[in-house]
Design a protein around this ligand. Structure first.
Ligand SMILES: NC(=O)c1ccc[n+]([C@@H]2O[C@H](COP(=O)([O-])OP(=O)(O)OC[C@H]3O[C@@H](n4cnc5c(N)ncnc54)[C@H](OP(=O)(O)O)[C@@H]3O)[C@@H](O)[C@H]2O)c1
Length: 423
């Protein structure tokens, strides 16, 4: 690293994005994409470039120089201010979104032992206060202090630097570029907990799983994890041009939801509309059997669209199976025919991100090259709102998107390469 110092800019209080300070020098100010309460709305107006203070560290915190940031729905929700405004959760007048990053440890708090300046890392987005029984022997995701960095905290990855807790850091897969490393952790770790985190319904070899949005961020990792576990993924898409992509990830079969008409809230039981919905839902179930074999209902449904698909999810999952859900992208008013839930003793399980153990297990699979990050598109720093607008309109390409922050160009895999490319 010492040789690098000559290629780095001299110490100062503010750097252009992509201009590297001497290793470990923390400028007083930084550039960041900021949301303010009065600007809540679509990302292209809500998020604006500002110069703000570089975050100050507490004893267990780490400052990361962000090389690239991942794009997630979190950024869209933070811009819109729904389902909650980030300003209802923290007091800072501006909110820097971004819950995925790859970067370099730039400064550490005085109690940080596991990481040192210069380490190359990826960041998982769960934070907690670490001092209750869930954080010490339980599951930190059940801690009352649990919060999502970059959504419920004001200091996410859409800035030159970001402040994280040291327990959020994981080693970066060195075979991936900065942008590939930045794009996967949030969705991958969420999918991992959904599939393996809810005993006794953790996924086992040979089981069948229906995956909504199979070409999306969550879905593309769910398909790969299911395949890696020796189970069968049945992916759902809405456009035929996504079919091959989902099959290439290892799905056993793919269903196009546009071939069916049973979406949205369930009609009132015993009405003509209910009968029509029921017939169509059975037709959808038959399409699953065409892949799993007649009579083989799915062991698990991987849910996140919510209102549009939930009644069908509860119907098609097998007796004693589980619908595991982590979002309500199409709406929060979930409906279902409870007779099928109780008579067939199905389980509906909420799931939210992941704890460090789960995030690390998922990251290890990436390090071992068992998973593809499925990076779909990379955007320059100046165009950070563009992928968020695409996501808002469901117009993004299959896979996961990233934005370059300090990485000067795509395809770089080390800090040295980045400094050289920037010089
Ligand atoms: N709780 C958590 O920890 C957590 C973590 C990650 C993400 N999430 C949430 O999960 C949701 C999905 O995230 P993502 O990153 O996977 O998003 P994504 O990449 O946009 O994928 C979502 C997929 O949903 C499908 N979809 C869209 N409209 C649909 C509809 N009406 N019915 C059925 N499927 C529909 C789309 O595929 P097709 O159009 O091809 O069907 C799309 O590919 C977001 O709301 C996000 O905030 C929650």
């Amino acid at each position: 690293m010492a040789a690098l110092d000559t290629a780095l800019a001299p110490p100062k209080d503010l750097y252009a994005v992509g201009e590297f300070p001497p290793l470990g020098h923390v400028p007083a100010k930084m550039h960041a994409w900021c949301i303010r309460r009065e600007r809540h709305g679509e990302p292209d107006t809500a998020m604006q470039l500002e110069v703000v203070d570089t975050p100050k560290l507490d004893s267990h915190d780490v400052l990361i120089l962000v090389m690239a940031a991942g794009v997630n729905y979190n950024g869209v929700w933070a811009a819109l201010g729904t389902p909650i405004s980030p300003f209802d959760g923290h007091k800072q007048p501006y909110h820097i979104a971004g819950s995925d990053a790859s970067g370099i440890v730039w400064a550490v708090g005085d109690k940080v032992k596991r990481w040192k300046v210069g380490d190359e890392v990826v960041v998982h987005c769960n934070q907690d206060d670490g001092d209750d029984e869930q954080c010490n022997g339980g599951d930190p995701m059940f801690s009352p202090s649990q919060r999502i960095w970059g959504y419920e905290t004001p200091d996410g990855s859409f800035g030159q630097f970001t402040r994280v807790q040291s327990q959020q850091l994981m080693p970066r897969p060195k075979h991936l570029t900065w942008e590939e490393s930045a794009c996967y952790t949030l969705t991958l770790a969420t999918a991992y907990r959904m599939l393996f985190g809810h005993m006794p319904h953790e996924l086992r070899p040979g089981q069948n799983v229906l995956v909504w949005g199979a070409s999306g961020g969550l879905g593309s990792y769910a398909i790969q994890l299911i395949n890696t576990a020796g189970a069968n993924a049945i992916g759902v898409i809405s456009e035929e041009d996504k079919r091959e992509f989902v099959m290439s990830l290892g799905a056993k079969g793919v269903i196009n939801r546009k071939d069916f008409n049973c979406w949205g809230q369930m009609p009132k039981v015993n009405t003509r509309e209910y009968k029509a919905w029921f017939d169509e839902t059975r037709k959808f179930g038959k399409a699953i059997w065409d892949i799993t074999g007649k009579g083989n209902n799915v062991d698990m449904v991987f849910e996140h669209p919510g209102e549009a698909t939930f009644p069908v999810s509860v119907f098609v999952v097998k007796r004693g199976g589980m619908v595991v859900i982590c979002a309500g992208t199409t709406g929060y008013n979930l409906t279902f025919d409870v007779r099928y839930l109780w008579m067939h003793q199905k389980r509906v399980q909420g799931s939210h991100f992941a704890n460090l153990k789960q995030a690390s297990a998922a990251n290890q699979l990436m390090i071992e090259r068992r998973l593809d990050p499925c990076l779909s598109e990379v955007f320059p720093w100046e165009q950070l709102t563009k992928p968020h607008m695409l996501m808002l309109r469901n117009q993004h390409k299959p896979g996961n998107m990233a934005v370059l922050v300090n990485a000067p160009t795509t395809g770089l895999r080390t800090f040295e390469d980045a400094v050289e490319a920037a010089a």
